[in-house]
Design a protein around this ligand. Sequence first.
Ligand SMILES: C[S@@+](CC[C@H](N)C(=O)[O-])C[C@H]1O[C@@H](n2cnc3c(N)ncnc32)[C@H](O)[C@@H]1O
Length: 354
Amino acid sequence: MIKYIGSKRTLLPHITAAFSDLSQGASVLDLFTGTTRVAQGLKSMGLNVHANDHNSYAWVNARCYVAGDRDLLADRAEELLDTLRDTPPAPGWLTEHYSHQARFFHPDNGARIEAIRNRIEKLDLDPALQSVALVSLMEAADRVDSTTGVQMAFLKEWAARASKPLELRMPRLLPGGGTATCQEALTIAETFSGDAAYLDPPYNQHNYRANYHVWETLIQWDNPEVYGVVHKRMDCRELKSDFNSKRRIEAAFQSVVGALDVPRLVVSFNNEGFLGREQIESILGKRGHVATVELDHKRYVGAQIGIYNLEGRAVGQVGHLRNKELLYIMDVDPDRADAAAVRAAGAVDGAISR
Ligand SMILES: C[S@@+](CC[C@H](N)C(=O)[O-])C[C@H]1O[C@@H](n2cnc3c(N)ncnc32)[C@H](O)[C@@H]1O
């Protein structure tokens, strides 16, 4: 999976435990799916998962890992990746913008990424197979990028990994199906009806489309107009999320929570975010009983790597590397909410309050 701010990798066992009493085949929504890590955890438990995100690079993750069925895709995908591995490099638009003018990929890798992406486009693949190839390429590019984890800056000197050869690997597909959409959260919240939903919205001003604009372009493959030193897509200026706005997030969260037709909601939110604990508990409390679990969480990947200038030199100390991730569990049945919170806190480091 790609490096991603807010990825719930380390919290996954706590989060999935909050859903472990649901019966096999129960339908669960991951409304802000990102890398799909949580959606994959839920799918592995035998739940019927719908994954949504408004960015295309996250949607392609969802088509591959959530909607994609390993039993139907794996053999054909292996064959396809073998073919793609033989693609000769061919520099063009992407290499010019992201290896020369901005320097996210070493030119050798830029030219390979570009040639493989063009080939995927020309092959006219069925959408499921295409999503596996695109995810394989995006993850391969992520392993050789020259950033500190987000695409708002690149290192002045190439990162050591940037000179490693691009390597297409088979994504770890899961057996079984699921569904995936690329919509605004509220649009899906208004139409989804099921057994539970997981909400992991952005918690501050950092816009995901801008932070991962190169992935958005690699997936859309639309030669967009770009601006600024890092050649961001012009639409980063227009497509803003209400969840990145201090002023609008409360109303947006309220609308989504109010619209979802599910008896259980599990919400991840950080203690440094735009919404405070009381606000979240009060909004969720209108729908049912709320139990809150506090989890210790290492700060996001950029902060862990350090604060760097564009020459790649450390210029600042990160204040603290641990913050609290809060898991809010709402269920219309108070006993079920409390039991889910006890499981989510587990034996590790959670502290529950009701
Ligand atoms: C904190 S991340 C989710 C991380 C994810 N749980 C994971 O483990 O990878 C928030 C996600 O919400 C998406 N997002 C932001 N605003 C949105 C909106 N209005 N509608 C749908 N998705 C949105 C972003 O693209 C981002 O992937």
